[in-house]
Write a protein that binds this ligand. Structure first.
Ligand code: FAD
Length: 278
């Protein structure tokens, strides 16, 4: 286990002012927060977000690195804390500890083609890497994003995906599993469907996946069929986490503490941990 850096903001929540709050879908609420000091996070890291007297939960940072102390989160209403967060408005405050986790090293992606596969809310953490990659096209290769959700009403970051799709060297495939009789300009099917047809330079491609656990197994099977080695696949694993500093053991998978060594893993590093994808 890595030594813990007991920096004050790792243990003590900083009060962040909400400067924008809006519902993105019926279940997800978007927040832009202003912290007293910049968080200096890496893509793929998360924070422990809290409301005093109610609780605290891990929430992925959904924006690229920022120097102005702003932070973006997307919160799904699933339980008591996230329900309370959905009542918050601009001008209210949220507690923020962190950032936590290993995250992605941008330098590993330099010059590489990148295939992002996002299922539902998985787009939120991936956006923290997609933003800097799309923002510096000269530094990275071809970018492909496959993003799937249940119905058009569940789609996240629609306008931003449409804007990314207009950038040179960026290909965005948006899917729903059911149009639910709503107007829909994308494809219908699962995120696995487009993989077999993708133009892919296998030797130079890195794949980054985030979504529900069931998605990983089938996406990895499709990538394996294209010949992509496990060492070129990164996955973002959500586990129940409490402390964020590898002490409480809630998120442990055998010897691996997800909050510290993850939540981002190279798939080849998980091969000896079959329970990681369950
Ligand atoms: C690294 C990481 C990043 C996350 N990022 C986000 C994010 O960006 N946005 C977001 O909305 N949520 C995110 N989550 C999930 C969020 O932390 C949980 O949903 C949290 O429990 C919500 O707290 P609550 O009190 O509202 O609900 P709770 O009462 O804690 O739980 C509500 C329901 O969700 C289930 N649940 C809770 N945690 C998990 C889990 N880890 N895996 C599976 N089921 C679970 C519970 O069993 C229960 O049924 C993330 C989790 C992790 C570990």
């Amino acid at each position: 286990m890595k030594p813990v850096d007991f920096d004050a903001h790792v243990l003590t929540p900083r009060m962040a002012r909400i400067i924008e709050a809006r519902d993105m879908t019926a279940q997800e609420r978007f927040f832009r927060l202003q912290l007293p000091q910049p968080l200096t996070h890496r893509p793929g890291q998360f924070v422990m977000a809290s409301i005093l007297g109610i609780g605290e939960a891990p929430i992925s940072i959904s924006c690229g690195p920022r120097h102005d102390g702003q932070l973006e989160l997307l919160v799904r209403n699933t339980g008591s804390l996230t329900h309370a967060m959905h009542q918050l408005q601009a001008g209210d405050y949220m507690g923020i500890r962190g950032p936590f986790g290993s995250g992605f090293q941008l330098s590993e992606f330099e010059g590489r083609d990148i295939l992002f596969v996002a299922g539902g809310l998985g787009l939120a953490p991936l956006r923290s890497l997609i933003e800097p990659v799309v923002g510096e096209p000269q530094r990275f290769g071809r970018v492909t994003l496959i993003s799937g959700c249940r119905t058009p009403a569940d789609e996240l970051y629609r306008e931003q995906m449409q804007a990314w799709a207009k950038r040179p060297n960026v290909h965005v495939i948006r899917l729903v599993t059911d149009t639910d009789h709503l107007p829909w300009g994308g494809e219908v099917g699962l995120v696995t469907a487009p993989i077999a047809k993708l133009e892919m330079d296998v030797a130079n491609t890195l794949a980054v996946l985030c979504g529900p656990p069931v998605m990983y197994k089938f996406v990895i099977m499709e990538l394996a069929a294209r010949g992509l080695p496990n060492a070129q696949i990164f996955i973002d694993l959500e586990r129940r986490m409490r402390c964020g500093i590898g002490k409480c053991g809630h998120c442990q998978i055998n010897h691996v503490t997800c909050c510290q060594e993850g939540p981002v893993f190279r798939f080849s590093d998980l091969e000896s941990l079959p329970e990681a994808l369950t």
